[in-house]
Design a protein around this ligand. Structure first.
Ligand SMILES: [Zn+2]
Ligand SMILES: [Zn+2]
Length: 378
């Protein structure tokens, strides 16, 4: 947790507001009672500024998982400035390094240097100069460069506008200052920082075991859907982090809604077969070692079953891919008979993959729910 080269501006800013905010809150609640409208407005500003980071800084600028227009970009940059987490250019630069060098010394907020380093202490360290090669696409974007070159004015300006507007609308400038500005900022900062600390510590390695990122439903509630972080590190170019419809991922829902309204397009999604292959690859070793440690008599039979599942599903998935390719060509060539035939074939292969996947999941569950004792095998 060593902090080299103190970043005076950011460090003093964070320490000062963390010290002053509890005093201000105590004084505020001692003297005033906030209106429901003030609490709702503060929450809404928290959500809007939070989503500008997750859908904007993160999934749009850092990973380019979708395309949008300059008006949406201006909205992202305005509320992103209000979120007070540096410019989109610097944020994306550091985040791209985080993905490229996760858990190493070159990861700017590596959790290997400690939970608190990844959460907040890395911000106290002097930032590395931005290498334009890492953000070559963004340095060509005039809106991003404008925000970067005038970041302090953008950050102060957006927050002052927000504070004055809320104060004027609700006729409560004290509440607007203490709650909708500084309390909102406190929760928003820690919510974003949780992605670097908690989402690299507490949860499941569902897709990739080789790095520290984890999937955690609870963290997703705190971070606008960014808690499915293991998936995100495995498939960073997917606009979704929670891939199931029931996963709590408001950032994904926002991007999808923008696409329905014609404000976003080219949403990138990883194909479900690719995801299945990754799940199987990450489980195979653990599955075989669990069989070795928990079974006596059926060790070989169960190990063979593992290989059977892997071979069968791999073959069927590659067959489905071939059919999808043929189907697309046939559709383009307007060969209706062949398209119909391929559609039927594809449907039955997909059905068969679904059935095998269900059996595979039941099998995995039955193996992993056994206690890790050599005597439990039959
Ligand atoms: Zn991460
Ligand atoms: Zn990311």
């Amino acid at each position: 947790m060593r902090v080299d080269g103190f970043n005076k501006r950011t460090g003093i800013f964070i320490i000062t507001y963390h010290v002053l905010l509890p005093i201000a809150l105590f004084w505020y609640f001692w003297n005033f009672t906030p209106s429901i409208a003030m609490m709702v407005t503060t929450f809404l500003l928290y959500v809007v500024t939070g989503l500008s980071i997750t859908a904007g800084y993160h999934r749009y600028y850092s990973h380019t998982t979708y395309k949008t227009n300059p008006i949406v970009e201006r909205v992202i940059l305005f509320f992103g400035s209000m979120a007070t987490q540096s410019s989109a250019l610097r944020w994306a630069f550091e985040h791209r390094l985080h993905h490229a060098f996760v858990d190493t010394d070159r990861d700017p907020y590596s959790v290997k240097k400690g939970f608190w380093y990844a959460h907040i202490l890395w911000l106290f360290k002097k930032p590395a100069p931005i290498d334009n090669k890492v953000v070559a696409d963004l340095v060509k974007n005039p809106l991003v460069m404008f925000q970067h070159n005038h970041y302090l004015s953008c950050m102060l300006g957006s927050n002052i506008i927000g504070f004055l507007l809320v104060g004027w609308l609700l006729n409560d400038f004290v509440g607007a200052f203490v709650l909708s500005w500084w309390t909102r900022l406190f929760f928003l900062h820690h919510s974003t920082w949780f992605i670097n600390s908690l989402a690299h510590t507490w949860g499941a390695h569902s897709f990739s075991k080789e790095q520290s990122a984890v999937d955690n439903y609870f963290i997703s509630f705190l971070t606008f859907g960014e808690g499915y972080h293991n998936y995100h590190h495995a498939f960073a170019n997917d606009y979704r982090n929670g891939i199931r419809w029931y996963h709590f991922d408001p950032t994904k829902w926002l991007i999808w809604t923008l696409s329905r309204l014609g404000l976003a397009h080219g949403l990138k999604r990883v194909h479900q077969y690719h995801v299945k292959e990754r799940i199987m690859a990450s489980q195979k070793e653990a599955l075989l070692s669990k069989i070795q440690s928990s079974f006596v008599a059926r060790k070989e039979e169960l190990s063979e079953k593992v290989c059977y599942f892997y071979d069968t599903l791999a073959n069927k998935i590659s067959h489905a891919r071939e059919l999808i390719e043929k189907y697309t060509h046939s559709k383009k060539a307007k060969d209706q008979d062949n398209t119909r035939k391929l559609k039927g074939e594809l449907k039955s292969v997909k059905r068969s993959i679904r059935a095998d996947w269900r059996l595979y999941k039941e099998f995995v569950k039955s193996i992993f729910t056994l206690p890790p004792s050599p005597s439990s095998g039959v």
